[in-house]
Design a protein around this ligand. Sequence first.
Ligand code: SF4
Length: 223
Amino acid sequence: MTPPEHQRQAYLRALGIDVWKTRDAADAEQPAESMTAGGLSWSELRACVANCTQCSLAASRNNTVFGVGNPDADWLIIGEAPGAEEDRRGEPFVGRAGKLLDEMLRAIGQSRDTVFIANILKCRPPNNRDPKSEEAAACRQYLDRQIELVQPKIILAVGRIAAQNLLASNEPVGRMRGRPHNLGGTPLVVTYHPAYLLRSPSQKNKSWSDLCLAARLAAERST
Ligand code: SF4
């Protein structure tokens, strides 16, 4: 699908490319602030995120963290926001929590290369504070487009921030996990963040049952 003209212009501006336009086109153009990611290709989306200044986190980030994995994945893993190491490396879920996520994925026959991993926010909130609602709202267009492009069979919301943002809920993870949810027609399962599991290893059995539920829902959509 070809993106609308105003979106193409905003994209080119984000890349620092001067855009010549007719008077009519200039009159019809919407301001950059209203740009949405709908209709962008993977490479266009990646470039938009890399150059994004739509919330204040752009000023303090070292790197945007776009997401990694298989663009045609059956599983889409969605976490919260980059931490210090993720911000430094530009990759989600690194460090001890990332290693535990890798183990969780391995347990269900998946890996970092077969799933796609993304976050609610593409930039690190200072001091690892929770994302602000306006930051999550500004960044949501990128995640929504990633979901559209991946078309996963199952979404795994990892941790409170991801689950509450995706499901527009204030419930704690303990009440959202253990049952199927729906996000725009895609089944979604909530589970604990691996960083929490490192602090509370007794909850690992619950996260295993969440993964089994997600695997079952994914399998049902494959038949
Ligand atoms: S967090 Fe999202 S909306 Fe904010 S600057 Fe980064 S990419 Fe843009």
